[in-house]
Design a protein around this ligand. Structure first.
Ligand code: VG1
Ligand code: CO
Length: 544
């Protein structure tokens, strides 16, 4: 077998975003596009020759051909051994688990997460480092720098590997081991949660749940764990067969896109508990009967109840949340007497805190929750965590959340997304906001007075690295807040995200619809940022 060195020219658009490089499939299908990026990953690593890597993806369209290409390039670049999920499948948290368990050098994960798939949909690739987590910015920056200078890549001339056959195969000097995609992950979950107790709950006859995998990667994981290991009735997992185009849907677990689940959970005779996960399995949505748990509240509830779960019964070292996530978790941390860290958006910023043992639980408002068990957010993990709490407390989801609000107060929260905005207009909106910040402090808008206004900058407490311009925050004296930032995961135009939050201590006022509770702030956001003017939209395209 021959190693071929192929001449190539740089593409100028291979800058990784919030979570890897995401583009439409036809872009990835351009000659050398994928190859350039993969070679740039290898070129920016040191000391990886002969080492073990992990490779897998969410099963979307183009997953299989991309895996074959990456295997041949890895072999040509001197990788010693590649662990690949069977059929090319590994959920993002499972990939993180496999990297850690095997002390691999790193891993390549193929996913565009919640973005639609199919020939005209999106594809994505990201590199994870030895701790199992997404590469930190200094690594993604090195990869990007390399993409701008690359002139050759290496690839082995060889036949495709059989991805459906478990066991070892040889590709040039590299060993390819096709592994069970689910086994390691299932074992890890079993070590963290009280499976006996959850099994009792799920088979008691008094409790029903519905898990919607949205035709994406968690289907096989959820079926194996809920139905085979925990005894939930067949059919508990719906949309559980991964499809290359996710059945034409958006594999995004929120009230808009997880419509099948919403119909079940808000219908007559709804089950007690519902959950959904996203394309690559790292996001989750939690529902009770006719009741939605905001991700920010979910993080706070998990933190407050962590002692009920075997894997966390010793208590939490600390919690961390992304800046736009509500401060509900901060209140729990304060009560527990532990630190709460505020990081920029994106899971890569939690890695150092988790490695250093400073945070145990982490979360993002964007339906992401996780812990130090892996270095990615983990959709099914959050579902097991909730089930474990429900099994111990024997209360409904709604009662648990209502009690939580009674104890800590309620952080009303909503995110308004404006998708497909003209990039220039979106950038102008952000620049105008930024330039207005220095004058804003003390300014009054109706009953609101600005307490602080800044562009969030983060200094990593472990390695001191600084990440600037992470989102414009305007905080008011009553504790409410508006945050503006542009998405770093979209593939067409720009997406403006507006995050709205207010705090209500009085439990007689906890029953409002968040859109009503936040209505004044919503109007204020438009007044301050001229959203309708710059986006040309009367209202957001998605509200979560
Ligand atoms: C979004 C979310 C962010 C999340 C990221 C990756 O990023 O807001 O919280 O970490 O997606 O999640 P952005 O830049 O579009 O706001 V996933 O499940 O898409 O890997
Ligand atoms: Co995801």
């Amino acid at each position: 077998m021959n190693v071929k060195t192929v001449s190539t020219e740089p593409f100028d658009d291979q800058k990784p975003g919030t979570s890897g490089l995401r583009k439409q499939v036809p872009t990835f299908q351009k000659p050398n596009y994928l190859e350039n990026f993969v070679q740039s990953i290898f070129d920016s690593l040191e000391g990886y020759q002969g080492e073990t890597f992990v490779l897998g993806g969410d099963g979307r369209y183009y997953n299989r051909p991309a895996i074959q290409t990456i295997l041949k390039m890895a072999a040509a670049n001197g990788v010693g051994k590649m662990l690949v999920g069977r059929g090319g499948i590994l959920s993002t948290p499972a990939a993180s688990c496999v990297i850690r368990k095997n002390q691999a050098f790193g891993g390549i994960i193929l996913s565009a997460s919640h973005n639609p798939g199919g020939p005209e949909g999106d594809f994505g690739i990201k590199y994870n480092v030895t701790n199992g987590g997404p590469a930190p910015e200094k690594v993604t920056e090195a990869i990007f720098a390399r993409t701008k200078a690359i002139d050759t890549y290496k690839i082995l001339e060889a036949d495709d590997i059989d991805l459906d056959q478990l066991g070892s195969q040889q590709l040039g000097a590299m060993k390819v081991e096709v592994i069970d995609s689910v086994a390691d992950y299932a074992e890890l979950m079993e070590s963290l949660f009280d499976f006996d107790r959850i099994k009792e709950l799920l088979t008691s006859g008094n409790f029903r749940m519905c898990m919607d995998s949205l035709h994406a990667v968690t289907g096989p994981y959820a079926k194996e764990i809920f139905e085979n290991r925990l005894g939930a009735p067949a059919g508990t997992v719906q949309n559980g067969t991964p499809l290359e185009d996710f059945g034409g849907g958006h594999p995004d677990p929120n009230l808009v896109y997880a419509h099948d689940l919403v119909e079940v959970m808000y219908g007559d005779d709804a089950p007690d508990f519902g959950a959904a996960s996203d394309g690559d399995g790292d996001r989750n949505m939690i529902l009770g009967r006719q009741f939605f748990v905001t991700p920010s509240d979910s993080l706070a509830v998990l933190a407050a109840n962590a002692k009920l779960v075997p894997g966390y019964s010793k208590g939490l070292a600390g919690v961390a949340r992304s800046m736009p996530t509500s401060a509900a978790a901060d209140r729990v941390a304060a009560k527990l007497g532990i630190d709460c860290y505020e990081t920029p958006t994106g899971w890569k910023f939690f890695g150092n805190l988790l490695d250093a043992g400073k945070a145990t639980l982490c979360g993002e408002e964007s339906f992401g929750t996780g812990s130090d068990h892996v270095r990615e957010k983990d959709g099914l993990w959050a579902v097991f965590f909730w089930l474990n709490i429900l099994a111990v407390r024997q209360q409904s989801v709604e009662d648990i959340v209502a009690e939580h609000w009674q104890t800590y107060g309620r952080n009303y929260y909503s995110r308004h997304d404006y998708e497909g905005v003209d990039s220039n207009n979106a950038n102008t909106l952000m620049e105008k906001l930024r330039s207005a910040l220095p004058e804003m402090k003390g300014k009054k808008y109706g009953s609101y007075e600005v307490e602080y206004a800044d562009d969030f900058s983060y200094t990593d407490p472990i390695d001191g690295s600084v990440s600037k311009k992470q989102g414009v925050r305007i905080g008011f004296t009553d504790g409410s807040r508006i945050v503006f930032r542009l998405s770093g995961t979209g593939t067409q135009g720009a997406t403006l995200r507006v995050y709205l939050e207010s705090y209500e201590a009085d439990s007689s006022k906890h029953g409002l619809d968040p859109q009503d509770a936040l209505s004044e702030l919503i109007n204020l956001a438009d007044e301050i940022a001229q959203i309708r003017n710059y986006t040309g939209m009367e209202k957001p395209t998605v509200i979560t």
